[in-house]
Write a protein that binds this ligand. Structure first.
Ligand code: APR
Length: 261
């Protein structure tokens, strides 16, 4: 079954020079990563305030680390899906294609996307809260409780608490990632909001910034969201189905970035 895309959407995409894609947990759902707010979502089983806040971590770093160790194991065992791959292919089709993700699973980069702005961090990265040193997952062990930093300064071990490099509720998101994302949204010709319920800010304000700046706003989701009424197009369906179909449809019409055949 080949998906139908409106002429208006195709025209907008073909003449577009700058595209921004904002992704949420829905894009990784088909890779086996549970979403947050669906009926089988993570937050239906765990309380975010007990696991994804600085207070929770300072109160019980061991519990929060056990939860992230569990999530790191899931992420290490899964693969990017056709939706991730399609976004990596689309990056090559436009003069400027900026991918902004709320996901911490690193699947966009693994699928080949090069310009990825990570608003909520990356579960494959960790850092020392005292000296700021960065550690990959294989450099961090949580056998004896929450991992401590073993960097040496004048012969003394830093011993700072190491945490996952992910944004927790109530925390500021990385300023440089946000600034680049907001700037890209302001100058987007087409803004794609894909697989996100659009309820967590400031990420959820990006589609609004784009729309206000004149972008053509497209939503890809299996169900309608708070954003759907504002979107110029609502493409109902799984991102792993819609995005490859859109890619194939575009392939025949765009010869190289920014020009039309
Ligand atoms: N294809 C497209 N959309 C899908 C798919 C799919 N295969 N499966 C689910 N969805 C949609 C759901 O309908 C929902 O609108 O993906 C969205 C997932 O929403 P959430 O679970 O709320 O995830 P997200 O929007 O990414 O959450 C934002 O909240 O908990 C924090 O930091 C966490 O980054 C996360 C942020």
């Amino acid at each position: 079954m080949s998906m139908k895309f409106s002429n208006r959407l195709m025209e907008r995409l073909i003449e577009a020079r700058r595209i921004v894609a904002l992704t949420g947990a829905g894009v990784s759902a088909e890779s086996g990563v549970p979403t947050f707010r669906g009926n089988d979502g993570i937050w239906s089983r765990f309380k975010p305030e007990e696991l994804a806040t600085v207070d929770a971590f300072m109160k019980n770093p061991q519990l929060v680390w056990e939860w992230y160790a569990h999530r790191k194991k899931i992420i290490a065992s899964i693969q990017p899906n056709a939706g991730h791959v399609a976004l990596a292919r689309m990056e090559e089709m436009f003069e400027q294609f900026v991918l902004v993700t709320q996901n911490i699973d690193n699947l966009h980069r693994r699928a080949g996307s090069k310009t990825v702005l990570e608003l909520h961090g990356n579960i494959e990265r960790n850092y020392c809260m005292k000296c700021g040193s960065i550690f990959a997952n294989d450099e961090v062990t949580i056998q004896a409780g929450a991992p401590r930093c073993e960097k040496k300064y004048e012969g003394l071990s830093c011993d700072g608490l190491v945490r996952p490099d992910v944004a927790w509720f109530g925390e500021l998101i990385p300023e440089d990632q946000w600034k680049q994302s907001a700037r890209a949204a302001e100058s987007a010709d087409v803004f794609l909001s894909i697989g996100t319920s659009g309820v967590v800010y400031p990420a959820a304000s990006l589609p609004l910034i784009a729309k206000r700046s004149g972008a053509y706003l497209v939503e890809v989701n299996t169900e309608r969201t708070a954003l759907s009424d504002l979107a110029d197009e609502f493409l109902e369906g799984a991102s792993g189905v819609v995005l490859p179909a859109l890619c194939d449809r575009l392939k025949g019409t765009i010869r190289s970035p920014g020009t039309i055949v």
